[in-house]
Design a protein around this ligand. Structure first.
Ligand SMILES: Nc1ncnc2c1ncn2[C@@H]1O[C@H](COP(=O)(O)OP(=O)(O)O)[C@@H](O)[C@H]1O
Ligand SMILES: [Mg+2]
Length: 251
């Protein structure tokens, strides 16, 4: 290994921000803080497209690489979303130059020579049951992950003292993620409206506001928790607009 590769590997090992740089990302200020945080419990309440999944995937890979024998679980509401999130993790792992070789790679699983594993799971009780000693648990699209599932996975962190990152765009005034956000519990909280994302232009936001209307715009881009009773039109229409497949929960 030449000196420059060694220096690069060391920098990445010491600082997840360097790992984002290796993946050609220049993290936004909130992303820098998030990547360097050691808080055991973190809530990200962010606009769509703010970069929450990408940053969580970066931390997942960093943890697996530099905490040997660690188990990292990525939990998403649907199979498609877990595949997407895992792809982000895999591309981050590749961008880091594979400082720890992989043993197994599949569409939802990466196992490294240092004994660490990253598993991406769609949120169903039977798929998440039975894991323990989790070093890092990421819950993506957390507002759409049902409470019984969330309360089923939390104990997996107990013995390992693992970290929990719950990221989402708001989805109404209900559910565990909303309750956590407004609770007095010791979560580190990040609120990132679209106006704080340099990749989303004011022109685009203006267009979105006009086509979606105020209610949806506030929820999807301004981090607002809104009451379903005041909802002007169906969630399906908005989901279609985002071209995101949302599978029904099947518990
Ligand atoms: N700091 C950054 N620099 C450049 N691109 C970024 C950065 N953060 C996120 N992105 C890109 O923005 C897009 C949306 O990111 P994603 O993580 O999917 O957002 P979210 O999960 O918040 O909807 C992706 O294409 C991602 O690569
Ligand atoms: Mg996402």
């Amino acid at each position: 290994m030449d000196a420059s590769t060694l220096t690069r590997d060391l920098l990445i090992a010491l600082d997840p921000v360097e790992m984002a740089h290796a993946a050609d990302l220049a993290p936004d200020p909130w992303q820098v803080k998030f990547l360097r945080s050691a808080a055991p419990r973190v809530l990200l309440n962010c606009s769509r497209q703010a970069g929450k999944s990408t940053m969580a995937a970066t931390l997942a890979v960093h943890t697996a690489l530099y905490e040997p024998a660690s188990l990292v679980l990525l939990l998403s509401p649907s199979l498609r979303q877990s595949q997407e999130l895992f792809k982000k993790a895999l591309s981050c792992y590749r961008a880091a130059g594979g400082p720890v070789p992989s043993k197994t790679e599949s569409a939802l699983r990466l196992e490294l020579d240092n004994g660490s594993r990253i598993l991406s799971l769609p949120g169903k009780q039977d798929t998440v049951r039975g894991f323990s000693g989790v070093r890092l648990l990421v819950v993506d699209e957390a507002a759409r992950v049902p409470g019984d599932l969330y309360f089923a996975v939390r104990p997996m962190l107990a013995v390992s003292g693992g970290r929990l990152l719950a990221l989402s765009t708001p989805f109404g005034t209900r559910g565990w993620w909303y309750e956590a956000w407004r609770s007095q519990e010791a979560w580190e909280r990040y609120e990132v409206p679209a106006t704080q994302c340099p990749r989303i232009s004011p022109e685009f936001l203006g267009e979105e506001r006009r086509s979606m209307g105020e209610w949806w715009f506030s929820q999807e881009y301004e981090c607002k928790f809104l009451d379903g009773e005041t909802q002007p039109f169906g969630r399906e229409d908005v989901e279609r607009a985002f071209e995101e497949e949302v599978e029904a929960w099947d518990l």
